[in-house]
Design a protein around this ligand. Structure first.
Ligand code: ACO
Length: 316
């Protein structure tokens, strides 16, 4: 499978660390030194996740010189979605005037890797020729804005990869060590009069230190596996495009692989952790500013709620 084009879209509203320090017992200095984040974008007003997703798709289609009629399937990775139903993929399709099949998936922050693998399988099976993988995330609706240890980490965004037949996706490795305890969020409880179970409306909970250790060990393991699959060394890789959860996680993986900072691009500084949108947004930004060029070898790696992980080698 090849990625023919990438796209991304960000909300208008910029929330800085100083804005957060107005409503929480925190500081710009703490957030920057512990996470590397300076600001994040948050959906507000009339903006919607599906609107952001549709905007990102338009960018990818324009870059590819195609129209929505050329797309056979829309696969949307989202941890929350805009509504319970219809799917966010259907809401995005409506905005684009698409009539192809639409499906949401949820693999936490690893959603982009899971969706790429599915798109690859669908294309390889001959069911479809082109799949839009859309990662559209509004984590700001799940975060507990009274919990300073988590709400400062996240932002909203949408990233898109337009996938089609080809040989550029060399390998994908996925895993799930399923355990909700370290990282989870409950939906709202409803009001069924026949259910005396107390509704759990906890919003997002995360054991930060446990996830930190998990992220570093599993990223290193997964990167090692996909490089072995392709017979590559770390030095043969042009860029390692990793899930943007914390600058210190990225630095820990990078120093263990003995690689330069230039080979580990980041957008966490201005976007925060945008869940499954992190990687496609970053790739699209790298196309925009010329850092990503055809023929380059990329390693992608992500981890998230599940706990899930994934990595891939892609020759762009
Ligand atoms: N401002 C000021 N102080 C804070 C803040 C804040 N925003 N947050 C926590 N603190 C305090 C704590 O209360 C604690 O204070 P105490 O010592 O008095 O108890 C102190 O800072 C240290 O807290 P730690 O939790 O030890 O801080 P740590 O350095 O581990 O950083 C963090 C916390 C940023 C959450 C880190 O553990 C982390 O990034 N973990 C990984 C997160 C992650 O990768 N998430 C990705 C998955 S998300 C997904 O898949 C949806």
């Amino acid at each position: 499978m090849n990625i023919r084009a990438l796209g991304h879209a960000l909300p208008q509203k910029i929330v800085t660390n100083r804005d957060l320090a107005q409503i929480l017992d925190t500081s710009d200095e703490w957030i920057q030194t512990h996470t590397g984040i300076r600001s994040r974008r948050i959906l507000s007003g009339e903006e919607t996740i599906s609107g952001l997703g549709a905007q990102a798709v338009q960018m990818a289609l324009t870059r590819a010189g195609l129209t929505i009629a050329d797309v056979d399937y829309i696969l949307c990775s989202t941890v929350r979605g805009e509504m319970f139903f219809p799917s966010t993929a259907c809401l995005i399709a409506q905005k684009l005037g698409a009539t192809c099949p639409c499906l949401d998936i949820n693999a936490g922050c690893t959603g982009f890797l899971y969706a790429l693998d599915l798109a690859d399988a669908m294309i390889a099976a001959g069911k479809v020729d082109r799949v839009l993988v859309v990662c559209a995330e509004q984590i700001s609706k799940v975060t507990d804005w009274t919990d300073r240890s988590t709400c400062v980490l996240f932002g909203d965004a949408a990233g898109v990869a337009l996938c089609e037949r080809g040989e550029n996706l060399k390998t994908v490795r996925l895993s799930a060590e399923s355990d909700p305890e370290p990282l989870h969020a409950w939906p709202s409880g409803g009001n069924c009069p026949f259910d005396d179970h107390i509704a759990k409306e906890h919003l997002l909970y995360m054991n930060g230190q446990e996830i930190f250790k998990f992220a570093v060990t599993r990223s290193l393991r997964d990167i090692g596996m996909v490089l072995d699959d392709c017979g590559l060394t770390v030095d043969a890789v042009d860029s390692f495009v990793l899930h943007q959860a914390n600058r210190r996680i990225l630095d820990a993986v990078r120093t263990r692989l003995k690689q330069s900072a230039e080979k580990f691009p980041i957008n966490i500084t201005t976007h925060g952790n945008t869940s499954s949108a992190c990687i496609p947004v970053l790739l699209s930004e790298m196309v925009e500013d010329g850092r990503l060029r055809r023929g380059q070898t990329l390693v992608l790696s992500a981890f998230g709620a599940g706990l899930t992980t994934g990595a891939a080698v892609l020759q762009y």
